[in-house]
Design a protein. Sequence first.
Length: 427
Amino acid sequence: MTLENSKIAIIGLGYVGLPLAIEFGKKYKVLGFDINQVRIEELKSGKDRTDEADLEGLQFAMNLASEVDKVGLTFSSNVDELKSYTVFIVTVPTPIDQFKAPDLTPLLKASEILGKILKKGDIVIYESTVYPGCTEEDCVPVLEQYSRLKFNQDFYCGYSPERINPGDKVNTLTKIKKVTSGSTLEIAEVVDQLYKSIITAGTHKAPSIKVAEASKIIENAQRDVNISFVNELALIFDRMGINTNDVLEAAETKWNFLKYKPGLVGGHCISVDPYYLAHKAESLGYYPQVILSGRRVNDNMGIFVANKLIKLMIQKGIAINGAKALVLGITFKENCADIRNSKVIDIVRELQQFSIFVDVFDPHANKQDVKDVYGIELIDKISKTYSGIILAVSHNEFLNIKFENSASTVIFDVKSFLNKGIADGVL
């Protein structure tokens, strides 16, 4: 297979798949495939509800497809259209279930779809975050079963973990170094050269698929553990009456101190991936202590924030039952529309347990998505007075809100985003 003749199909057009399809579409013949027909029609019209895509690049790649036969980007939900492609890149979600166990359903369904159309010489590259061994132990058997082809004889696999940072307009896809790998030495080189042709930051070719899988999973597990440490410090210092951020500012005066900040840990990666690593470790007879203890700390921070607001309200003599509260932000991080696995919902539900009426305002989140996922109707604007206000996400727009510190309102700043003196409490 030569790079020039590669025909690439991207399976899954979310936060990861769409930017990838756009970049490859500028140099290769690319099909963006998704089972969601509504998503396909949206993209065909040049719109992206995730707000992650370079819309000019999207239009450019789509125009190329209409002008030149050998390159450009098209979209489809028709499985039959996949048959003429030779490289398949899988970028579907890898969530956890209600028991914190890996849910490989989207990944295995995608593998089943590909297995049914796979041909001799094809390459399947997975980008979805998984535990080490998942590609070869879970996905490959599905590909073999439905294709009736032999792995590493008739078809091949690669793994190149996604490193998309939602909401980041600086560190975009092409500017982040890409880890690559392949199921044979030859295929590893093909996969590496393929990504190297679009990633200006360069690539790192891992010695095996398992190594590449492990590298991704520990990136997020490491960050999760570091944040859990400062979150635990915040819980301790709260009992001491010490401002955690003051402590961190003092500690960071030493050159080798790593300044992580306390907060809610949600999203599609950091709050999920450690469970994948823990699942694999437990299947091998090792029960991880540090990873899971860090997860427990981070998973309970939303409840802590809600209870802290209630305590501050009681201290001001504000009645709790029937009080009105405002939560600012529902996305999992600032200045982006991504609501996946947002821990802000833990704050909302805990407040509601105390018979507090909660409004949520977020200028970035898609209202219908929030309603579908969390059952919350976002308010369009702030027009009421509230007994409690929680700034949960540091969207830039919230700096324009005129907060008034009064005896009848408590303001809690989860992100230490507001100027000092405005909030009654910070995390």
